[in-house]
Design a protein around this ligand. Structure first.
Ligand SMILES: Nc1ncnc2c1ncn2[C@@H]1O[C@H](COP(=O)(O)OP(=O)(O)OP(=O)(O)O)[C@@H](O)[C@H]1O
Length: 307
């Protein structure tokens, strides 16, 4: 896949405080990129820099092969659609009227574009109710329709699922899939809840305290080895020495001062137990475990409110 947007060591300092530091991310054409991180991690600031709303303190942004500069790259920025923070509408006008007005204001009014945008997000083309009677989910859809009217190459949505009920969340997920599959759109979606994006994202970028701690293809994450044997011992170094010598243990990780996780699928629970007992290595506990996707990301994020 070709690269649509790339940032290189993007940083932002507010009043001497580093909110975002050295973010280098790559968004490929046609993918759904999930931007995951706890509240305050810096997601909105990164999105605002990408869309030219905030000037970076350092670093570069490249979109469609061209540098993006705040206040200068207007033609390029028109090829992005975004909803950062909640979309605001004229409450007393209908959804259609809001889109028509927006089109006129932006200088590209076209009734067909309004129809197409409304049907793409699954809103009724003939609904004449004022927006103030819309549910939050409908308003989010209308916001996406508005952002889509120019058929942007990249759609940037900041926490679009926030506040929706489970049905609304499911519908929104289906909408994202449809936009990506049927409209070939590339989406950058932020969230602080893994469960909201893990099912739809092709790539997840994990941000924590202003830094991108990991950028992973979901395919790779889903295909990882999730089963492991966990043993707790007061003497991890001796346990490891025995296991390496006797069983040729290769793949393991120290998960704490007393915890060893063994990912070697060729090594059985019994053989580990036998080797350690024979060598007289004290063991507090010993079990087979499986790491969920959630555990995996929690580990990357290091706690916080990502659930
Ligand atoms: N205009 C600003 N002036 C000063 N500090 C700011 C400004 N905008 C953001 N920050 C700070 O930058 C940090 C990152 O904020 P940001 O809004 O980007 O995080 P976020 O990951 O989007 O979280 P949230 O989901 O809560 O919006 C925070 O500490 C925030 O207080």
């Amino acid at each position: 896949m070709t690269t649509l947007l790339r940032t290189d060591r993007l940083s932002k300092t507010f009043d001497g405080k580093e909110a975002v530091k050295d973010i280098s991310m790559t968004i490929r054409q046609g993918e759904i990129y999930g931007f995951l991180g706890p509240n305050g991690a810096g997601k909105t600031t990164v999105m605002k820099m990408i869309t030219g709303l905030v000037r970076p303190s350092a670093g570069e942004i490249e979109f469609l092969g061209n540098p993006v500069r705040a206040g200068q790259s207007l033609e390029l920025l028109k090829r992005m659609g975004c909803i950062i923070e909640y979309p605001v509408f004229y409450d007393r006008l209908s959804g259609r009227e809001n889109l028509e007005l927006h089109g006129e204001y932006m200088g590209y009014y076209n009734p067909e574009a309004v129809d197409n945008a409304l049907s793409a997000v699954g809103l009724d083309l003939r609904d004449s109710r004022p927006v103030k009677q819309y549910s939050l989910g409908m308003k989010q859809r209308l916001g996406i329709a508005r952002a889509m009217m120019t058929r942007p190459e990249l759609l940037i949505l900041d926490e679009p699922i926030n506040g929706l009920d489970p049905v609304g969340i499911r519908e929104m997920r289906e909408l994202f899939r449809r936009l990506s599959r049927d409209y070939g759109m590339t989406l950058l979606i932020s969230s602080h809840i893994l469960g909201e994006i893990e099912q739809i994202a092709d790539t997840i970028g994990v941000i924590r305290s202003g830094r991108l701690v990991r950028e992973v293809a979901m395919e790779e994450v889903r295909g990882r080895d999730t089963d492991y044997i966990e043993l707790v011992t007061p003497d991890t170094s001796r346990a490891l020495a025995v296991l390496e010598r006797k069983l040729g243990l290769g793949s393991y990780k120290l998960a704490g001062e007393r915890i060893i996780r063994i990912y070697d699928s060729a090594v059985s629970l019994q053989s580990i137990n036998r080797a350690l007992v024979e060598a007289d290595v004290p063991l507090d506990s010993f079990s087979r475990k499986s790491q969920s996707l959630e555990d995996y990301f929690m580990e990357l994020i290091g706690g916080g409110d990502v659930a």
